[in-house]
Structure formats: structure tokens, C-alpha cells
Design a protein. Structure first.
Length: 278
């Protein structure tokens, strides 16, 4: 895939602090996101890696509008993402897919109903029969059947629920997907299928991804560039091939060295993925 040079998402000096533990003045402040800045090009997949607690998921939730920043800017196609009247539009074009597909769905509603609701909300004027046909088509696009849509979340496997979560996100025709550890809870074979599905969806719908992950192999398969996050800051951002072959920041080198290999060569992580990533 050839990326355009147009910046679809711009993040500038973004900060988010949480106060935890104790009462009143005894609370501790944790700077989860600390002055983060980056751009994402239209059609790009940007990987965000780092250890647990580095601030990756908080950053993803800020960009998806689920948390409000203390300071800084989130700009989507040249406009503030979550300020004023534009917030409703951005709620449609920026979607998030979570790691835990089980808790991401209402257990009391069948899957197709939960895909139908956001579609109808953002496509007013579409008949109910047409909306249902679109939901059935979306299920097929992600590798499910209309019969899967009639089931409740607990009746699907983890991989099937994650496919349904992707269908629900696609129902509103987004431009940017924040993917927060979407395959980390899946076994290896299902993980590979979902990663390949994500590649196909990106190509078919012209999507842009912010892909948050621990698994460095998966990031290599899917992402054009990779940002390394440590203690709330992005300490390195580079093309995927460059980062995997020759990381420059000490933390990046430590993170990559934690990947278990037979011969200690990390180059295979990128080489094996290059054909898939495109």
C-alpha cells in the first residue's frame, strides 16, 4: 500500500494525569500521558508499543474521545477532534476496538442488534430493512455469517467476538480505528487470522490505524511506523523496518531484546512480516 502524505491525525503536547489512592492531599498523581506529540498519515498504520503502564491505552482512549486530556491538542483533518459541534462527527469517524471483546458488548442483546444500533444512529433516513441488510453484509466482510449475528456475545468464541467488534466499528464508516490490544487475548492461529483481516480491511476501506500492542511480531506485520512509549512519553518513533533493525533509544533496545528468539536475531521479525504488511 502506498501511503499519502496527508496528515489525518495530529497530536500535540498531550497530557493526562490521574490522582489515585488515599484521600485529599494524600492522593498520588500519575502522569499517564506526558507531552506526547505525533502525526498519523491517511492510510497509515502506526504501532504503539511499550510495557504495561507506559500509557498506551490511556493515549488511545484520549484519541478516541473516551477521556478528556488535561492539556494539549487532538486534531483530526485539521479540526479539533472533541471540541464543540464537531464532536458528534468525530465520534463516527474515530472508532475504538478493545482488547476484551467480552466486556465490549452488552450481554443482553444479540450481536446484530448491537451492530444495527450505531448504523441507524449515524445513517438516518435509511430504511430498517436496508440497515439489516447492511449489518448482514458487514458480518460477512469480517468472516462471520448472519447466523452469528443472531447469537448473544457469550455464545461466540473470542475470535468471533473480535470480528463482531470490528463489524460494529465499521458500521459507522470510520476513517481512523484505534485498536487497543485487539489480538492479545487470542490464541496464535486466531490471532494470525484477525491480523490478516485487519490488513484486508485497511486496504478495502482505506482505513488508518493506531495499533496498540505488546506483541512485537504483530506490530511488524501490520504497521508502517512504530512509536515506543515509556512512562507516558514517546521516546522513539521510526519506520518499522528501521526500528526493528536498529533501535536508537536504550528503552527501545531493551524492549526489542525481550523478544524470545532461537538465534537472538530480531531481523526475522521484520523480514517475515514484510510481505504481509505491504
Amino acid at each position: 500500500m502506498t501511503r499519502t502524505e496527508e496528515s489525518i491525525l495530529t497530536v500535540r503536547a498531550l497530557c493526562k494525569t490521574f490522582r489515585v489512592g488515599g484521600l485529599g492531599r494524600n492522593k498520588t498523581e500519575i502522569r499517564a500521558v506526558d507531552g506526547v506529540s505525533f502525526d498519523v498519515a491517511a492510510g497509515e498504520s502506526l504501532g504503539l508499543i511499550g510495557e504495561s503502564g507506559s500509557g498506551k491505552s490511556t493515549l488511545g482512549r484520549l484519541i478516541a474521545g473516551l477521556l478528556q486530556p488535561d492539556s494539549g491538542e487532538i486534531v483530526f483533518r485539521g479540526k479539533p477532534a472533541w471540541d464543540g459541534a464537531g464532536a458528534r462527527t468525530h465520534r463516527r469517524v474515530i472508532q475504538i476496538v478493545f482488547q476484551d471483546s467480552g466486556s465490549a458488548f452488552n450481554p443482553r442483546l444479540p450481536i446484530d442488534r448491537q451492530i444495527l444500533e450505531p448504523f441507524v444512529r449515524h445513517h438516518r433516513g435509511v430504511s430498517l430493512s436496508e440497515a439489516r441488510a447492511r449489518v448482514a453484509r458487514l458480518l460477512e466482510v469480517v468472516g462471520l455469517t448472519p447466523g452469528h449475528g443472531e447469537r448473544y456475545p457469550h455464545e461466540l468464541s473470542g475470535g468471533q467476538r473480535q470480528r463482531a467488534a470490528l463489524a460494529r466499528a465499521l458500521a459507522v464508516e470510520p476513517e481512523l480505528l484505534v485498536l487497543d490490544e485487539p489480538v492479545s487475548a487470542l490464541d496464535v492461529s486466531v490471532r494470525a487470522q484477525i491480523v490478516q483481516l485487519l490488513v484486508e480491511l485497511r486496504e478495502t476501506y482505506g482505513l488508518t490505524y493506531l495499533f496498540i500492542a505488546h506483541n512485537l511480531d504483530v506490530v511488524a506485520q501490520l504497521c508502517h511506523r512504530v512509536a515506543v512509549m515509556y512512562r507516558g512519553k514517546i521516546v522513539e518513533l521510526a519506520e518499522a523496518e528501521s526500528l526493528y533493525r536498529q533501535p536508537t533509544h536504550p528503552y527501545s533496545r531493551m524492549l526489542l531484546s525481550s523478544v524470545l528468539t532461537v538465534d537472538g536475531d530480531l531481523g526475522h521479525v521484520y523480514r517475515e512480516a514484510a510481505g504481509v504488511r505491504g
